[in-house]
Ligand binder design. Structure first.
Ligand code: HEC
Length: 173
């Protein structure tokens, strides 16, 4: 009898969970974004990350050879600012070494601090879903290693070759 009751309860629970997943995003609850929209947003993060990292590496390879040169990070910051004022997404390049080139580039929000911890502990990706102004957003952080010799020229040699993380916040829609 006991086993039977437990089985029935498990069946009910499973059905309830299945229902709530099935309804995700259709309930109008911003805390439960539509899974397909979430997947599309993750895809956008992957695209932006590839774009930004290739731009930084290409700029560095072609134009940056010494400490006195303008770093690609400065260009990335300008582009991030343009994306932000266009209300497309927020992105920040931040330090994970504890010794940033620019003190402004340290983790500030709770998510950024958690991302730095995750990246330092060996993860190459970290994310959370949150709600901003009543709307769902995806926050994501990707690893920024010293991928070429020039990075080390300016930043010095760092533990596990890690320099930073790019932290994104995109609307899920
Ligand atoms: C010419 C020197 C130079 C080179 C080369 C360079 N950086 Fe930087 N980097 C800087 C400076 C200066 C800043 C601070 C920019 C700012 O915020 O104004 C910075 C900022 C950063 C930051 C943000 C954290 C911090 O230290 O302020 C990361 C992460 C970073 N760079 C990664 C890289 C990577 C990866 C490469 C190689 C692809 C690279 N950098 C090459 C000079 C350089």
């Amino acid at each position: 009898m006991r086993t039977r009751q437990r089985l029935v309860r498990t069946a009910f629970l499973t059905a309830a969970i299945a229902l709530s997943w099935g309804n995700a995003g259709k309930t109008g609850d911003p805390n439960v974004p539509d899974p397909q929209a979430l997947e599309r947003t993750r895809e956008q993060v992957r695209m932006l990350d590839t774009l930004y990292k290739n731009a930084v590496v290409s700029i560095t390879k072609n134009y940056v050879s010494q400490q006195a040169d303008v770093p690609a990070a400065a260009v990335a910051k300008d582009v991030f600012e343009a994306m932000k004022s266009g209300k497309y997404h927020n992105a920040r390049l931040i330090d994970v070494t504890g010794r940033p080139k620019n003190k402004e580039n340290v983790a500030k929000t709770d998510f950024e601090k958690a991302a730095v911890e995750a990246i330092r502990s060996g993860k190459d990706y970290f994310e959370e879903v949150a709600v901003v102004d009543g709307k769902p957003v995806l926050r994501a952080a990707t690893v920024v290693p010293a991928v070429m010799e020039q990075c080390i020229v300016c930043h010095g040699k760092r533990e596990k070759n890690l320099l930073g993380t790019i932290v994104y916040e995109l609307p899920i829609k």
